[in-house]
Design a protein around this ligand. Structure first.
Ligand code: NAP
Ligand code: HSE
Length: 418
C-alpha cells in the first residue's frame, strides 16, 4: 500500500482524489499495489468540496506523517510551495507536483535537494499531455533543434472564442476561470508567464539551460483585439500564443508571444483548451504532442501517472534529464538578435500625409512592408501592416519612434509572424 498526502485540494487536487478512488481497479493493477490518499491539506477547512478524503489545514499533518510515502503538491505559488516541497524531501518523501511556477524558479535547487528521491512533475507542462516523459526519456538520443507550441490552455481557449464568437475578452476569461483552466491569478495566463514557466522547464530538459522568466522575452494576449483577428482572417492566419525554443550551434532563443501562424500549419488548427507542441530532434525529425492542456481531470491524469510510476519504484531518473552538464554548454540568445516577420497595428489620425510619414520610419529602420490594410474608426484609422523579415531591435526601435509621433494615438501593437 502506498499512502499519499495531497497539499492543495482545489481544481486539480479534487480530481486527483476522485480519480484515485474511481479508477482504483486499473490504477492499483498498474502500480502493483493499492494507493490511498491519507490526508489532503487546504487553507479553508470549512469550504464545501466534492471529495471524501480526510482534510487538514496544517501542512505538517502531511509533511510529518511517517506513513505518507508521496507528497503531491497542488497548492500553487512559488516560495511557500518551495518551503513545503523542500521539507517533504528533507523528510525523505517522494514528491509529485504540477506547479510550473515553482519549477520555473527553483527546479535546479530542487533537483539538488531531491538527489535520489523520486521527484516527478509531468502535469507541470501541457496538462494531460505526457510531454516531459517524451522529451526527457523518449527523445534522449537527440540534440533538440526546436520546441514550438501552444502551452497555455486558457489563452488558446480565449483566442478561439474571440475568433469564433466575437465574445469580449473579460467574459471569456471568466469562462476559462469557471472551467478550472486559469491560474489562481489569471494574469499568469494572459500575460504569457505561465507559458514561459513551461517553456523554461522544457528548455532545461532539452538543453540543460538554467534560465529564469526574467531572462526571456514574454508577451501576453492582453492587447489582441477584433481588428487583429480580422486582419489574421483576411490574410489566412490564426493568432496563437506560442512558446518557442530554437537552437543554433552555440545559442538557444527562448520566447513566448502571440504569433500569427498560417492557417494550414498543424499548430494553427489546435483550438480551445487543447495544447499542441512540436519537438524537432536531430535524429528523429519532427514529433507532435496534442491534448488537453488544462482542467482538473486532464491534469490529474498526468499527476496520477507520476504517482503510479513512483509506486512501481520509478521516478528516480535525473529530474531534469541530465546526469552531468554538457560540455560546451549552450548560451541564451539575446532577444535583440532574433529575426522574424512582424505585424503592426498603428492607430493614427486620419489625415493627409500621415501614411507617408509612417512609411518613412519603416524605411529608415530598414523594414520592408509586405501588406497593408487601413480601417477607419471615427476620426482615426487603424493601419494594419505586415513586414518582410526584419530584426527585433529594428522593430523595437520603429515602435518607439512611432509611439513618440503626435499623430500616433497609442503605442502600436506588434505580433510576430511565424
Ligand atoms: P486551485 O483550484 O486554486 O487550488 C489550490 C488549492 O491549494 C486549494 O485547495 C487551496 O486551498 C490550497 N492552498 C493554497 N494555498 C495553500 C496553503 N498555503 N496551504 C494549504 N493549502 C493551500 O488551483 P489548481 O487549479 O488546482 O492548481 C493547482 C496547481 O496545479 C497550481 O500549481 C497550478 O499551476 C497547477 N496546474 C493547474 C492546472 C489546471 O488546469 N487548473 C493544470 C496544470 C497545472 P483552499 O481550497 O482552501 O483555498
Ligand atoms: N492555467 C494553465 C493553462 C493550466 O491554462 O494552461 C495548465 O497548466
Amino acid at each position: 500500500m502506498i499512502k499519499v498526502g495531497i497539499i492543495g485540494v482545489g481544481t486539480v487536487g479534487e480530481s486527483v482524489a476522485k480519480i484515485l478512488k474511481e479508477n482504483q481497479d486499473v490504477i492499483s493493477a498498474r502500480a502493483g499495489k493499492a494507493i490511498e490518499v491519507k490526508c489532503g491539506v487546504v487553507r479553508d477547512i470549512n469550504k464545501k468540496r466534492d471529495v471524501d478524503i480526510p482534510l487538514s489545514a496544517n501542512v505538517n499533518d502531511v509533511l510529518e506523517d511517517g506513513e505518507i510515502d508521496i507528497v503531491v503538491e497542488l497548492m500553487g505559488g512559488v516560495e511557500e510551495a518551495y518551503k513545503v516541497v523542500t521539507k517533504a524531501l528533507k523528510n525523505k518523501k517522494a514528491v509529485v507536483t504540477a506547479n510550473k511556477a515553482l519549477l520555473a524558479y527553483h527546479r535546479y535547487e530542487l533537483q539538488t535537494i531531491a538527489k535520489d528521491l523520486p521527484f516527478a512533475y509531468e502535469a507541470s507542462v501541457a496538462g494531460g499531455i505526457p510531454i516531459i516523459n517524451a522529451l526527457r526519456d523518449g527523445l534522449s538520443a537527440n540534440h533538440i533543434d526546436s520546441i514550438m507550441g501552444i502551452m497555455n490552455g486558457t489563452c488558446n481557449y480565449m483566442l478561439t472564442k474571440m475568433r469564433d464568437d466575437g465574445v469580449g475578452y473579460d467574459e471569456i476569461l471568466k469562462e476559462a476561470q469557471q472551467l478550472g483552466y486559469a491560474e489562481a491569478d489569471p494574469t499568469f495566463d494572459v500575460g504569457g508567464f505561465d507559458a514561459a514557466h513551461k517553456l523554461l522547464i522544457l528548455a532545461s530538459i532539452a538543453y540543460g539551460i538554467d534560465a529564469k522568466p526574467e531572462d526571456i522575452l514574454i508577451e501576453g494576449i492582453e492587447n489582441i483585439t477584433q481588428d487583429d483577428i480580422s486582419f489574421a482572417k483576411e490574410f489566412g492566419y490564426e493568432i496563437k500564443l506560442l512558446g518557442i525554443a530554437k537552437k543554433d550551434d552555440t545559442e538557444v532563443e527562448l520566447r513566448v508571444h502571440p504569433t500569427l501562424i498560417k492557417k494550414d500549419e498543424m499548430i494553427a488548427k489546435i483550438d480551445g483548451v487543447m495544447n499542441g507542441i512540436s519537438v524537432i530532434g536531430d535524429r528523429v525529425g519532427e514529433t507532435l504532442y496534442y491534448g488537453p492542456g488544462a482542467g482538473g481531470d486532464a491534469t490529474a491524469s498526468a499527476v496520477i501517472a507520476n504517482i503510479i510510476e513512483i509506486a512501481r519504484g520509478g521516478g528516480r531518473s535525473p529530474m531534469l534529464g541530465f546526469n552531468r552538464p554538457m560540455e560546451g554548454k549552450l548560451k541564451l540568445k539575446n532577444t535583440n538578435d532574433v529575426s522574424s516577420r512582424y505585424y503592426l497595428r498603428i492607430n493614427v489620425d486620419d489625415k493627409a500625409g500621415v501614411l507617408a510619414k509612417i512609411t518613412k520610419h519603416f524605411e529608415e529602420n530598414s523594414i520592408s512592408i509586405e501588406t497593408m490594410l487601413q480601417k477607419p474608426i471615427k476620426d482615426t484609422a487603424n493601419l494594419l501592416i505586415s513586414t518582410h523579415t526584419a530584426k527585433e531591435k529594428d522593430i523595437q526601435n520603429l515602435i518607439e519612434e512611432l509611439s513618440n509621433l503626435a499623430f500616433v494615438k497609442q503605442k502600436p501593437v506588434m505580433i510576430r509572424i511565424v
